[in-house]
Design a protein around this ligand. Structure first.
Ligand SMILES: [Zn+2]
Ligand SMILES: [Zn+2]
Length: 270
């Protein structure tokens, strides 16, 4: 059987996920997953404290408790390896403050995600009207420019939901082929891993992140890939992973990557 990991699990601490951490672990065990990792949202370190939205990410004072609770679960469930991860926003100009926040903890991996363009949380349904302010092709170029910045920052091990800019179904008008080739080359040069995320299947776009064209470019450039569900409730753990494996195989992948203390380790997919 293929060694399956789900590295993208949230917890109630982020303010918009439900269920106990134990329920996430137990659902993973019941599915027979080989390994899981929590990667809750870190608080919006790039905003002044009074502007941070407690429904988007865990509060600053929760952060050490989150790390402790993941480490505690490891003791409680020796039957499944539980990795310590985190999902952080990439915001240009705030690299050093994030580095200071990350430094003290024994991460297995850190996700870099782009959820924000300027002051626009573009993946939040409340702000969907702001797509109308953009030429869609310019928006894609801008978004993927941030992804390239995240990859090059050397802060992250995995890029989260690589093409989440498509979440609400706004697609580029021009063929994004050349853009995707450039993005895949940047990811390869940065030595960063991508995730194949099933979250997109649960969103209006109804497609894996990344879609087939971008995933094929990543495969062609030798960009490593891992698996995530972006679970915000226990039953989402490992959901639709058959679709992820099928997409990886058809893109040309023969292995996925797991992480221990920020060291990537390839495992074959069958
Ligand atoms: Zn995210
Ligand atoms: Zn997430």
């Amino acid at each position: 059987m293929t060694y399956l990991v789900d590295y993208h699990l949230h917890t109630a601490r982020c303010g918009h996920a439900t269920g106990t951490m134990e329920e996430y672990v137990e659902h993973a065990i019941s599915l027979g997953l080989s390994e899981i990792g929590f990667s809750d949202h870190i608080y919006s370190y790039f905003l002044p404290k009074e502007e941070r939205d407690p429904s988007l990410a865990m509060a600053e004072e929760e952060f050490p408790l989150y790390v402790e609770s993941v480490l505690h679960l490891r003791q409680r469930y020796p039957q499944i390896p539980i990795r310590l991860g985190l999902e952080a926003d990439y915001v240009p100009g705030h690299e050093e403050s994030l580095r200071r926040i990350l430094d003290p903890y024994p991460w297995d991996y850190v996700y870099g995600s782009v959820h924000v363009i300027g002051d626009w949380v573009f993946d939040h349904p409340d702000y969907i009207h702001r797509y109308a302010d953009w030429d869609i092709d310019d928006l894609y170029r801008h978004y993927f420019g941030l992804i390239e910045g995240a990859a090059a920052s050397d802060l992250f091990d995995i890029v989260g939901h690589l093409d989440v800019i498509k979440k609400f179904g706004f697609r580029p008008k021009r063929d994004p082929g050349a853009l995707y080739t450039e993005v895949a080359a940047s990811l390869r040069d940065a030595g960063i891993c991508i995730e194949v995320s099933t979250a997109g299947l649960r969103k209006p776009v109804g497609e894996l992140y990344p879609g087939p064209q971008l995933l094929a470019e990543c495969a062609r450039h030798g960009v490593p890939a891992t698996l995530g569900s972006d679970a915000h409730q226990p039953t989402e753990v490992g959901s639709d992973f058959d679709r992820s494996l099928e997409a990886l195989r058809s893109a040309g992948y023969r292995e996925i990557t797991r992480f221990e203390r920020r060291k990537p380790i390839p495992v074959p997919i069958r």
